[in-house]
Design a protein around this ligand. Structure first.
Ligand SMILES: C[N+](C)(C)CCCC[C@H](N)C(=O)O
Ligand SMILES: O=C(O)CCC(=O)C(=O)O
Ligand SMILES: [Fe+2]
Length: 430
């Protein structure tokens, strides 16, 4: 039976009898109903938030939010009481598919900021007004807490004069330090911890208080010089153009940290570029090139080390957007680690033309922030937004630091910025 079902699956446009199902893009259910709307680069701005939809009760006992009727199955499934959601683990205890298909409201009572519902299956639920209001907000507003969005401050070379930083002696290694650092990074894409202890041990402790440090084929917490300990140009003294790290991972590290511990030679200046700012420039100057970089998947690899060739499970565009809200979420750019471009070979020039424009903007003097790192100053930046590089150098140059996963630092950021109650309150409806 299973074989017959598989046999009907279309594979690469043809019927296939292979025992492994493979799905081609021509299968209808895979097609989005509308093409992805990335014709606009959007950044979240609080002024865009619309007024809360009004919550009402409709004849036939339906709860309404604005003009929308909230389906009873959704409401019952998202009851937040202690028998439906485990109070400690916050996981659903309710078996959704035991809810009768014809579940309906027997009775309601309204207080100032909540609605109590008596269900036809005998259960009682209470929904806060805020919870119900969120259900009918536009997707972009609903994504704010979930995606930890704050209005970004875009910057160029002028950030030199006002480099976002916190002063370590003011905080020590405390939760307040982490909270301030993450708030700054979420806004600017980077933060420096000034006057920090100049040891790898203390640097590791500070980074670990954000979240655990990611292990990669380079190790965990890193402490490196130009000795080719790993076969990657980072471990040489040659110049590195602006890039994001880990383009060869399916899930590139979210944060990256550098703490220069020593340098006794010349050069080795650090370069930082705000990828979101440059994306906004490209969008304005050449929307078509922007679109090509947003839609063309590119592959990447890390293959220098014996027995290793890391490649992501699929190609990703240079400018990665949320398919529903259109928000720019991630920049992936490392020309050194680039592999295949997912276009028919006779069409790849389209990508090169677009990438050339992007590259030229990245290299504009007004977008490049150059500085020399010094011991005691820990630089932490958002590797999904800010590109980094360095000039060639001589002498011994030693840097320590680490990677932190995107989901882990955003979790920490959200808990600090919005607070546990808001984050939990938006799980179902936000
Ligand atoms: C940071 N650390 C020294 C560990 C490694 C650097 C790896 C650099 C690599 N080409 C990339 O772009 O990801
Ligand atoms: O040496 C530097 O300043 C940075 C090297 C680099 O790009 C990296 O380690 O990811
Ligand atoms: Fe790098």
């Amino acid at each position: 039976m299973a074989a017959r079902v598989l046999g009907r699956i279309r594979c690469g446009g043809k019927s296939s009898n292979v025992p492994f199902p493979c799905f081609s893009a021509s299968i209808n259910w895979q097609k989005p109903r509308r093409p992805t709307p990335i014709h606009h680069i959007r950044f979240y701005s609080p002024s865009r938030i619309q007024n809360a939809p009004s919550i009402g009760l409709k004849e036939g006992a339906k709860i309404t939010a604005g003009t929308k009727e909230i389906p009873n199955i959704w409401l019952r499934d998202n009851c937040q009481c202690a028998t439906c959601v485990h109070p400690d683990t916050k996981q659903r205890l309710l078996d959704t598919f035991l809810i009768p298909k014809d579940i309906h409201i027997e009775n309601t009572s309204k207080t100032e900021d909540a609605i109590k519902v008596q269900w036809s299956d005998g259960h009682m639920s209470e929904y806060s007004k805020a919870f119900l209001e969120d259900t009918a907000r536009p997707f972009l507003d609903r994504a704010i807490v979930r995606q930890g969005m704050v209005p970004p401050q875009l910057w160029g070379a002028e950030i030199h004069d006002t480099l976002p930083h916190v002063h370590y002696p003011e905080f020590g290694n405390s939760p307040a330090l982490v909270k301030s650092v993450l708030n700054i990074i979420r806004t600017y894409g980077l933060c420096t911890i000034a006057a920090a202890p100049q040891t790898p041990e203390e640097t590791e402790k500070i980074l670990s208080s954000i979240a655990f440090i990611r292990e990669t084929h380079y190790g965990g917490f890193y402490d490196f010089t130009a000795d080719l300990a790993s076969k990657d140009t980072a471990y040489t003294n040659i110049a590195l153009e602006a890039h994001t790290d880990n383009t060869y991972f399916s899930d590139p590290a979210g944060l990256q940290a550098f703490h220069l511990l020593e340098h006794d030679g010349e050069g080795g200046e650090s370069l930082l570029v705000d990828g979101f700012k440059v994306a906004a420039d490209l969008k304005r100057e050449d929307p078509q090139a922007y679109d090509v970089l947003a839609r063309t998947n590119v592959h990447s690899h890390a293959s220098g080390n014996e027995g290793i060739s890391i490649q992501p499970y699929r190609g990703f565009p240079v400018l990665q957007h949320d398919p529903v809200t259109g928000l720019l979420l991630q920049v992936r750019w490392n020309s050194s680690d680039r592999a295949g471009i997912e276009l028919p070979v006779d069409e790849v020039e389209i990508w090169y033309d677009a990438a050339r424009k992007w590259d030229a903007l990245l290299k504009k003097e007004e977008n490049e922030y150059w500085h020399k790192m010094t011991p005691g100053s820990i630089l932490i930046f958002d590797n999904w937004r800010v590109l980094h590089g360095r000039s060639a150098f001589t002498g011994k140059r030693r840097i320590c630091g680490g990677y932190i996963n995107r989901d882990d630092w955003i979790s920490k950021f959200k808990m600090g910025y919005f607070g546990q109650d808001q984050v939990m309150g938006k799980l179902a409806s936000g």
